[in-house]
Design a protein around this ligand. Sequence first.
Ligand code: AMP
Ligand code: TRP
Length: 328
Amino acid sequence: MAQKRIFSGIKPTGRLHLGNYIGAIKQWVAMQNEGECFFCIVDLHAITVPQEPKILKEKIRELAALYLACGIDPEKSVIFVQSHNLDHPALAWILDCVASMGQLGRMTQYKSKSEELKGKVSVGLFNYPVLMAADILLYQTDLVPVGEDQIQHVELTRDLAERFNHRFGQIFKIPEHRIFKIGARVMSLQHPEKKMSKSDDDPNGTIDLLDQPDEIRRKIKVAVTDSGREILFREDKPAISNLLTIYSHLSGKSVEELEKKYQGKGYREFKDDLAEVVVEFLRPIQQRYTQIRQEKKYLDQVLATGLKKAQAISRRTMNQVYQAVGLG
Ligand code: AMP
Ligand code: TRP
């Protein structure tokens, strides 16, 4: 039986946090044994909003090193930088000519970002989901492991693939998203009604993968809680439910087990334990990260090998697309 293809990516902007880890990377690590994985550093997506060039360059390497430190194994998975493979923007252009303005205007991420940017919206930001569709379709992807906020973009990808296939012949595989039932939307520690986000102005809302132990302990101490005292995963307890989600994902214990463990116990004890779980979970990741950053050549080599493997597949798709559309 043919192996499943798996594709996903993260933008090299801001600081990677527990939402990114739980929503995306944790799934990726597990899926490495399930199929042929491609994990991309999507720098072309990063520039849809202004970035400082020197910082962006640094962030690309930081993110690549974090992929490895979190357990993405370059022997099993293909890791590469999106802008190194020009098939991505090339296919995005062709898909731009299939996508409609109306459907792109309905994307919720676009709507909320363009509101934030008040008039300073680039054409790239509008086209963002088409480039994401190109990323996915170039590799004839079966599964796209992401957090909940990206489901709509994967749906658009399916729609564009179907539309293209209908017009030009069966070229693209139709992909599906994959999310965790619990943890697809990790919430801010300060505002449990908002998702944990790289662009949060309040640094206490996120726990970043490279936060130092004392910083982590402090952020969990000041994390908001709900009224009442019980430690239960319930709709009317969004803050505690979110902390339980994080605890469960990082400890491997189920939410039910944790509810039982903390029956009759207070928030203080729960938070102290959670802080240690997070600190101990991140410790080896941070150690590996520091080590990888010291071996500059190793990272270059991983990205160069990844690029070759990625291009071998994407070239094949592009040849078919050019033929089908009648280009060149
Ligand atoms: P981004 O930070 O937008 O580049 O997101 C990278 C990946 O992390 C995507 O798959 C997102 O869906 C996922 N992600 C981002 N924030 C969260 C969150 N708060 N909870 C769960 N997944 C998230
Ligand atoms: N849009 C995704 C995000 O903001 C990142 C992304 C770009 C992506 N291309 C992708 C995710 C392809 C999955 C597959 O998180």
